[in-house]
Design a binder for this molecule. Structure first.
Ligand SMILES: [Fe+2]
Ligand SMILES: [Fe+2]
Length: 131
């Protein structure tokens, strides 16, 4: 059973962004499984790096979309993206420190944050009409 599951009600009414959200959840699940099934946190590092890279490109794609739509709360939204990016960077650092428990915990926290962000924050621009 995957830890994080994308559901149709999470749709932001934009196919490409929905598919990046699904992909983000998939990467998070893989990262968590890797960490759960290993004793060496280093084996989870490649997927955490993949998550970090994917998140960066998703945020850029989403910010561009919000700009095109003229979404009014874009600045606050971008600030949330920055905060999350910083958290992922610290996860990478903890991985390098080979702290398995901290890494597991951080993946769960990050996944919860991401789920909440998609459901609450991304949903706001999905309702915003095109400018
Ligand atoms: Fe998003
Ligand atoms: Fe977002």
């Amino acid at each position: 059973m995957p830890l994080f599951k994308w559901l149709p009600e999470y749709s932001v009414n934009e196919a490409e962004l929905d598919s990046s959200h699904k992909k983000l959840f998939d990467i998070l699940n893989t990262a968590y499984e890797n960490v759960m099934n290993s004793y060496e946190v280093d084996s989870a590092l490649p997927v955490i790096i993949e998550l970090s890279d994917y998140v960066k490109s998703h945020f850029l794609e989403e910010e561009q979309y919000m700009r095109e739509k003229g979404f009014k709360e874009i600045e606050a939204h971008i600030a949330e993206h920055r905060e999350f990016s910083d958290k992922i960077e610290s996860l990478k650092t903890d991985c390098h420190g080979n702290n398995l428990d901290v890494t597991k915990e951080l993946i769960v926290v990050l996944g919860g944050w991401l789920l909440h962000h998609v459901i609450k924050e991304d949903m706001k621009y999905s309702c915003c009409p095109k400018a």
